[in-house]
Write a protein that binds this ligand. Sequence first.
Ligand SMILES: [Zn+2]
Length: 371
Amino acid sequence: MRRVALLTLAFGLGLCASAQGRPPIVDVHVHTSPRYYGEVLDVLAATGVTRFVNLSGGSVGDGLEESLAAAAQHDGRVLVCANVQWRHFARPDFGAEQAALLEQAAALGARCLKIPKALGLGVPDPDRPDRYLAVDDARLDPIWAAAGRLKLPVFIHTSDPKAFWEPVTPANERYAELSVHPNWSFHGPQFPSREALLAARDRVIERHPGTTFIGVHLANNPEDLEAVDRTLKAHPNLFVDVAARVPEIGRHDAERTRAFFVEHQDRILFGTDLGYGRQLMLGSVGTNTPRLPDLFLFYADHFRFFETAERQIPHPTPIQGEWRVDAIDLPPAVLRKIYATNALKLLWGEDAPGEVDAEALLTAPGLSELF
Ligand SMILES: [Zn+2]
């Protein structure tokens, strides 16, 4: 803990200085365990991030209670998503059972539901064990309906980068990452196509207009901004986060990307895919072990991308590819929404029109204790 405090002081102050004028930030896409909530808040406060959402909250009787109890110690700065117990997928009433658990989760204080990419790419279909359970399988409808009724936004991870469907050879632009994680490859006839997965997800969103969905990783289609634009326009109940996708988002023409962000400014949320535990995950995991200074650089690279007009700068997640990105220089009012206001409205349920209360958000008791 002392080491964390010193590093936070040493590297965080530099960022704080450059964060002058930046609104307080909410990271809606973090994976951590309840024992680290205080530490994550302390470390992130040095970057200007004052609240976060833990997408790995667990489920009722399986970690969720501990997550919520820990979050309750932090004054509303940590929100917890519930998870589905996929291991019970073969039970005949799986959907209804999980919907009932979700009801309990909401009553206990969970504020969202996180669906992993295992749905569509890992959970077997109980009727056809040689196939994966389809994302839009009707047996899951009770879960989506319950989330809508309970007003729990659903963070949904469906599909993955295009390159993960291509052969794992040195010609694959994500070869470095796939070499470290061969099981992230979905190349081969045993896997549904990327397009089929995304279409199935969109049918779920269509079928449940009363449920709010947050398509993580820019709806997992940052390679094709036009397609994400169409999907957002077709589904008013869909939001997106930018977690772990600045490398892809930044490859497009910066003016076009900026226009996309300005057009959809009310439906885009800042998130990073930070994993904080015994090891750090900064959007992805490579061969080397990131340390706290890397975490500060990771956030700084995000801010540089969204806030400056620089060309051909490093992106936050080097393992995701060796290219550079063009920053998109978002207007302050748009930044404020993407960094905080949209998340506060959608997840915290705070009516936060106009200015966010910067003073209240920036007061980080944990951090002052450290110093
Ligand atoms: Zn994630």
